[in-house]
Ligand binder design. Structure first.
Ligand code: ADP
Ligand code: MG
Length: 688
């Protein structure tokens, strides 16, 4: 704790800085700068070189330059809205300094007649004469060194100019605490890292600011990655530390289930089942995520885990993100567990109060073994007699904090298993699920045909109708996806509606429409109609849920496909071809495609492997844009860049593994954690 206290100046509010009053505090707040240390991550993006003093006959129009001139004459027009104009000169020429909205008193003070002054600003040329309008700096010659500099350029909001921001940031940088490093010397040397203080100082110097590969930048990026992974590691350590009652089972029920399946489990599924079983049998709690592309068969794997927990005398719970998916899982579970003693129930927001009451009672008495539902499963009044495993399906919005809550809720004996169909690159995996063990299902069931991906310009839309018609005759269902145009619900609604009207004319009574403004209840009705084949075509914006199995959907048409990211297109495509018929995906485009768009189509056509696509997507679009990240709305890093610093992720992971066991009473990282706002999260991890 000493570290933090000694250096807590930097964790004060910005208002503690000299020259930062109420108004400036407000402006800074708009830029999300509240504490002094927030200023450190607002790095300059460029610089303004004011270091050279230029003679007036050598000025360059349009450039920001510094001059040394003598004040000759004031022109203060007495007419409103006309600017004040001050004639100045040096030995080589003349220039006017022009001021809008200025007071005469101020001008007379900073520009005394007959005196030499230093002025810096953007050079313009007007009516045959050089001029600078509202100069950035005016200083007496004695103070010229303050102006004559290469000055870092920060992105600033309205109300903050270079001059006032400079006063603040220079104050902070000059007073950075000298702090004992949290890495040892050998490591710093090996990585070619400088001290934290030097690195910050250098990055706020103009010449290093843009280079995210510089050793200074990399040091700070590493700090951030390290802090992030440290939190995950601590979470993992605390979960693993709790000893649980090992599950004891011989697999009688699950073997019966497997025998009855109409298919053979894939090698990948078997491997993952095995990994899960080892966890169930162990004294340490399971904290695992199954990652597998859409349609790779995660559900059955999770059912087998549930079954083993039940055979050990525990209860099992499965949570799905939506009502409809929960119901689908429930129906499947009833089939799979038929002829066993296992009692299964469904609990969602829609469950009748009377039924709900009964379920609550039976859960308490352990007369329900397997409960499937939505978020409703985690209400306070739901109490399990002996919960052995919580399974969470397709939950992208689950951050570290929610996982902590989940693990707590289940109690010490409860294993935790997450499932996700969003294939994400390794760095992102580390970032989001670094506290969990990962099981990957890498192969698809081999009866599955690769989806055929085609592209088509929008002008040829009329060629589609007969193709769709043929599909309907073949008893195939069709997804028609309209992209989100922008943030406006209305525009999205109207584009999807327009399309819907057109398609409805061609296929009366066979089309449904889903978009962002449809409420939850209505949405489930429409999805159900589609599931029950009351309609053949579902027009929607991207709101169709992940995870629901539409076994007869074999054609998906995606309009304006270049508006979607690769991973998103892949996920959309994964909604079709889940049965044993051929799936087809048609990507429609407007106008000419950019080279980038062409690249993306090629990748999609070439591979059906979500992991490869995720990697390519990240390279093409950058980390922040990736699916899942948008969905969670969480911004993980202030300065680290998972693409350019991917090596640092691997190094940080290795280093943390080395120190993992010594973490609990190690104060050395407090300053670091606080710097990146992680200290609070760590304190909230409480399993004692
Ligand atoms: P996801 O991984 O997307 O959750 P599901 O578990 O919903 O995938 O499985 C998709 C479909 O594949 C289901 O109809 C399921 O019965 C089927 N399936 C699962 N495993 C296999 C397998 N090994 N062979 C053939 N079909 C399988
Ligand atoms: Mg699924």
């Amino acid at each position: 704790m000493n570290h933090v206290k000694k250096n807590n100046y930097i964790f004060n509010d910005v208002s503690a800085l000299k020259g930062v009053g109420k108004k400036l505090t407000q402006y800074l707040k708009k830029k999300k700068i509240e504490k002094i240390n927030d200023l450190l991550w607002n790095l300059p993006y460029s610089n303004t070189d004011r270091s050279e003093v230029i003679d007036l006959n050598k000025l360059e129009i349009g450039k920001v330059q510094t001059i040394k001139v003598k004040v000759i004459k004031y022109n203060f027009p007495r007419i409103r809205n006309l600017p004040n104009k001050i004639n100045c000169e040096d030995l080589s020429g003349k220039i006017d300094l022009v001021f809008f909205n200025s007071r005469e008193g101020y001008i007379k003070k900073v520009l005394p007649i007959g005196e030499w002054v230093a002025v810096s600003g953007k050079i313009a040329f007007f009516r045959n004469k050089y001029q600078i309008t509202n100069p950035d700096y005016i200083a007496p010659i004695t103070n010229i060194e303050y102006v004559k500099k290469d000055i870092p350029k920060y992105s600033l909001t309205e109300g903050l100019n270079e001059k006032s921001y400079r006063k603040i940031i220079e104050q902070v940088i000059s007073k950075l605490p000298e702090i004992e490093d949290w890495y040892d010397e050998n490591f710093l040397k090996k990585m070619n890292f400088y001290s934290w203080k030097t690195s910050v100082e250098q990055l706020h110097k103009s010449d290093e600011c843009k280079n995210i590969k510089s050793k200074y930048y990399r040091r700070l990026a590493f700090d951030e990655i390290f802090a992030h992974l440290l939190v995950l590691s601590e979470n993992r350590r605390r979960i693993k530390k709790t000893k649980k009652k090992p599950k004891i089972f011989s697999g009688t029920i699950s073997n019966t289930i497997i025998k009855k399946l109409s298919f053979e489990l894939t090698k990948s599924q078997k491997k993952v089942i095995n990994e899960i079983n080892i966890d169930l049998l162990s004294k340490n709690r399971m904290f695992r995520i199954i990652q597998g592309d859409v349609g790779s068969g995660k559900t059955i794997v999770s059912f087998l885990a549930a079954s083993n927990s039940i055979e050990s005398g525990f209860q099992s719970a499965l949570m799905a993100p939506t009502e409809i998916l929960a119901k689908q899982h429930f129906n499947l579970a009833k089939k799979i567990f038929a002829n066993t003693h296992i009692k299964i129930e469904l609990l969602t927001g829609k469950t009748e109060p009377k039924k709900k009451k009964e379920i609550i009672k039976l859960l308490k008495e352990k007369k329900i073994h397997f409960i499937i539902g939505t978020h409703s499963l985690f209400q306070k009044k739901i109490i399990f007699k002996k919960l052995g495993i919580v399974i969470v399906d397709e939950q992208h919005k689950f951050g570290v904090k929610q996982r902590i809550d989940l693990a707590n809720k289940g109690g010490d004996d409860c294993d935790v298993l997450l499932m996700s169909a969003t294939p994400i690159p390794r760095t992102m995996m580390l970032t989001t699920y670094g506290d969990m063990d990962v099981s990957k299902i890498t192969e698809k069931p081999n009866n599955r045909k690769e989806i055929i991906t085609l592209s088509k310009p929008e002008e040829k839309i009329n060629e589609l109708w007969s193709y769709i018609n043929k599909n309907i005759l073949d008893k195939n269902q069709i997804f028609w996806v309209c992209p989100l145009i922008d943030d406006s619900k209305f525009l999205n609604y109207s584009s999807a509606t327009k399309r819907f009207e057109l398609i409805k004319k061609k296929f009366p009574n066979r089309v449904g429409l889903l978009h962002g403004s449809v409420d939850k209840i209505e949405k489930e009705i429409i999805l159900n109609n589609f599931l029950e084949k009351k309609i053949d075509i579902l027009v929607s914006t991207t709101v169709i849920e992940v995870g629901i199995d539409f076994p007869d959907a074999n054609l998906i048409i995606i309009e304006n496909a270049n508006k979607f990211g690769l991973a998103q297109l892949h996920q959309l495509r994964g909604r079709v071809g889940r049965g044993n018929k051929q799936g087809v995906c048609i990507l429609m485009f407007k106008g000419n495609l950019s080279p980038n768009a062409i690249k993306r189509i090629k990748i999609l056509k070439k591979t059906n492997d979500g992991f490869i696509i995720a990697d390519e997507d990240m390279k093409l679009r950058g980390f922040g844009d990736m699916i899942g990240f948008q969905q969670s709305g969480e911004k993980y890093f202030k300065i680290a860049d998972p693409i350019h610093h991917s090596d640092l992720f691997n190094i940080a992971e290795k280093e943390i593994r080395k120190i993992e066991d010594t973490l609990n009473n190690n104060d050395k990282y407090n300053f670091l954690l606080k710097l990146f706002d992680k200290a609070d999260i760590i304190n909230k991890i409480d399993f004692s």
